[in-house]
Design a protein around this ligand. Structure first.
Ligand SMILES: Cc1cc2nc3c(=O)[nH]c(=O)nc-3n(C[C@H](O)[C@H](O)[C@H](O)COP(=O)(O)OP(=O)(O)OC[C@H]3O[C@@H](n4cnc5c(N)ncnc54)[C@H](O)[C@@H]3O)c2cc1C
Ligand code: FES
Length: 272
């Protein structure tokens, strides 16, 4: 386990939107290439308060000759992320990863739809980048629905605009793009997509994923979602991140978001 712990040296850590930071760091080249949807557990090297690491998705990754670069896109919500936001160039962080299962990139589909709520764009962005670089670009149409409460909470749009053209931006209060919940914007266009030829990837707040589950309810759409449960160990040891998941026979099982996820089939999740 410890072999996957690395020291990251901060190259940049900038506030790119209100309370939202983009951190770039370099790590040793032995860091494994992450799968889209994988994450790292991050903490300040040598700091024991807060003791627990925080899970953050890998937003972008590149391999140079002598080191790897990792970017994390994160929102400041509490003590841990507040401490991260205060780090300056040259500071060191301890990162454990890449962790988790990542998204399953299965058979090539005609339509690939992404639905992101707020900071949920972070894990999806690496997947979009990956698909745009792969053959999928020539055979599939990529459509992105990106939503947030207000304009200042929309993040990751610059990068998306470099990768794809069909992007619907929406905000709850109408300050950017269409005034709508992101799930409603998708629902309005759902007839454009046929379940057999479409794969959906989503990440966002629990309420957003719950309403997506209602929209897709009895449909045959394949939809993978990345869950953002609170975590303690991040490595499968404490069961602190367990969620209820149905197996193929419909039997309830508890799965760990950190070790069995964070990506699950939306239809298998049992919401509380
Ligand atoms: C697999 C995974 C990937 C993630 N990727 C990202 C990412 O790329 N960018 C990003 O900004 N955040 C991401 N998160 C969420 C992030 O881990 C939390 O926001 C962070 O741990 C909060 O730590 P804190 O000490 O700042 O806040 P805390 O003091 O721990 O909590 C502050 C507030 O945030 C709420 N909160 C804490 N953790 C979560 C959570 N996991 N989900 C929902 N609410 C939470 C608490 O209930 C509380 O209200 C991810 C979470 C998971 C599990
Ligand atoms: S956080 Fe400990 S098992 Fe997932």
């Amino acid at each position: 386990m410890t072999k996957d712990i690395y020291i990251g040296e901060i190259l940049r850590n900038e506030e790119i939107q209100e309370d939202c930071f983009l951190m770039k760091m370099k790590v040793a080249s032995s860091f494994h290439d992450p799968l889209p949807g994988q994450f790292v557990m991050i903490r300040i090297a040598g700091l024991n308060d807060p003791f627990l690491s925080r899970p953050i998705s890998i937003y972008s990754f590149s391999r140079g000759k002598s080191f790897c670069s990792i970017e994390l896109l994160y929102r400041v919500v509490g003590k841990g992320t507040q401490i991260l936001a205060g780090l300056i160039k040259g500071s060191q962080v301890e990162i454990h990863g890449p962790l988790g299962n990542g998204f399953e990139i299965s058979t090539v589909k005609e339509n690939i739809v992404f639905i992101a709520g707020g900071i949920g764009i972070a894990p999806l962005s690496l997947l979009i980048e990956h698909l745009c670089r792969s053959a999928c670009l020539f055979t599939s149409a990529i459509t992105v629905y990106l939503g947030a409460q207000r304009a200042s909470a929309i993040v990751g749009l610059d990068k998306l605009q470099k990768l794809c053209r069909d992007i619907t931006v929406c905000t709850d209060n109408g300050t950017l793009g269409t005034k709508s919940l992101v799930t409603q914007a998708f629902q309005k266009n759902i007839k454009k997509f046929s379940p057999a030829n479409t794969v959906i990837y989503a990440c966002g707040p629990k309420e957003m994923l719950k309403s997506l589950a209602k929209i897709l309810n009895t449909s045959k759409f394949s939809c993978q979602v990345s869950l953002e449960e609170r975590m303690a160990c991040g490595t499968g040891a404490c069961m602190g991140c367990a969620v209820a998941i149905k197996d193929q026979k419909g039997t309830l099982n508890y799965k760990r978001v950190c070790a069995d996820g964070p990506v699950f089939n939306l239809a298998d999740i049992i919401w509380d």
